[in-house]
Design a protein around this ligand. Sequence first.
Ligand code: SF4
Length: 272
Amino acid sequence: MNIEYSYKQPKSLLNKGTGFLTGYSHSLNPYTGCSFGCSYCYVRRMPVSLFRGKDWGSWVDIKQGAAAVLRKELLRARSKGPVTIFMSSSTDPYQPIEHKERITRSLLEVMVEQPPDFLLIQTRSPLVRRDIDLFLQLGDKVRISMTIETDLEPIRKHFSPDAPPIQARLKTLQLLSEAGVSTQAAIAPILPSSEEFPHKLRPLVDRICIDDYFMGDGSSGKRSRQLGIHQWYEQLGLEEWHDPSAYKLVQERMKQVFSEDQIFISQKGFEP
Ligand code: SF4
């Protein structure tokens, strides 16, 4: 898909952590819009997408000069109390354009200068590996949560054809772990997966987060129903995976190779 890029000069960057992110003092989105355009993305139904009047996944705003804004905001926020940041709640901070624009990297450089108490980076992009040097400087103040909804590439292609391949994400988790960066695999939202899935993750991570549309879309599944997600499962004849109990199957499979204290369900898996 051709992506429409625009440059914007943000007045502010840090948003108050609310709803699903109440465990965080702030959320931070280096971009507005997301070129991965996943079919199940709940942001499609949020004002940022609805008011834009263009297909979600077809446009991205680049927040120019973001580092200078963050530097000021972080100073102020840190003087008021603990700062815990979730990056990002309504985009992926490692958009393909980040290769060139380096907005996310510039924000991380600010955070190395003025470390927050905790930073969670939620991404599905192998580009995150570029910033290992900065994660090492942030030490235990940062965790990389890599979205790996399934181990089956045809399933990934069905639900999010423009997102990075699963194998590249697994490889990235391996590189991050080997470098000593704190990581987790976020099976979120769970998509149909194989019995081998836990064995593929076991050598790479010590922490698993499992979430689905019903627990994790911030509206008890309402937004997901509005998106007509069930159709995507019906097309594959895999409707049983679009069920509030489906996560339990994945949880049981994960328990075969991970201990219970390594498996987190829904919001718990994203908390600082
Ligand atoms: S990567 Fe995240 S923000 Fe982007 S479309 Fe997919 S679910 Fe939405």
